[in-house]
Design a protein. Sequence first.
Length: 267
Amino acid sequence: MTSTDIKAAFFDIDGTLTSFTTHVVPESTIEALRLLRDGGVKLFICSGRAPGIMNIVLDTIPVKFDGIVGLNGQYCADDNGFLDKRPLAEADVTVILDWLTAHPDVVSDFCESDYVYFNHSNEILDATWRSLGKTAPKVYFADPHERTKTHETFQISPYIDEKTEAELVGMCPNVRGVRWHPDFVDLIAGDGGKAKGIERFLEHYGWDRRQTISFGDGGNDVDMLEYTGIGVAMGNATEAPKNVADYVTDDVDHDGIMNALKHFGIL
């Protein structure tokens, strides 16, 4: 495969499309998306965000995406009727809820496809949301013990450190943790992840993984960058994605996406 064989491009949102400094999508990135689309490349969001809280960013981008890999690969959909969803197993949700009951000070969010809510708030949550600036979705609260009984839960994100994460994951039958922020972990199905979500789209469209390129900056992007034909880590990425990427580009605020596409001769 050569760079001219690229059929699809997958983009993380926070820290990749949007800047943690300006909280906007740079004009060079918008232009790169336009040029890719004009060249026949399919564009996909590949984010830890739930579909229901993506539009606060996507509505600012005047370029149409062809589909989404949401909730770290657990919810894949396009506008042509394709839908593949993988909620957490009931047994795993029960274990996590019991653990949270035993640790009442821990804040956690619960992600459905179109609704995200927290069990309660604290100063760490407030600080995290402030750091997202205008890209932060509205915060809602609900009782997860009741709501998870009647709604599919795709991801649970407790505000815990990595040691505690390992202990909690070890208690669950089929859960893995992925991180894009140091304050919390996204708990998803053990066989999930962004690469798995991309794989489902490739099977649907009949593409080879070598015909794809992906862009990311966080720990939850590692399997995606390893899986796609070309994996690009942003200059502002953490060390884990940089270590597995085929190329480390400039940061999001210095035309990183556009420069990487030019580097590979895709634009």
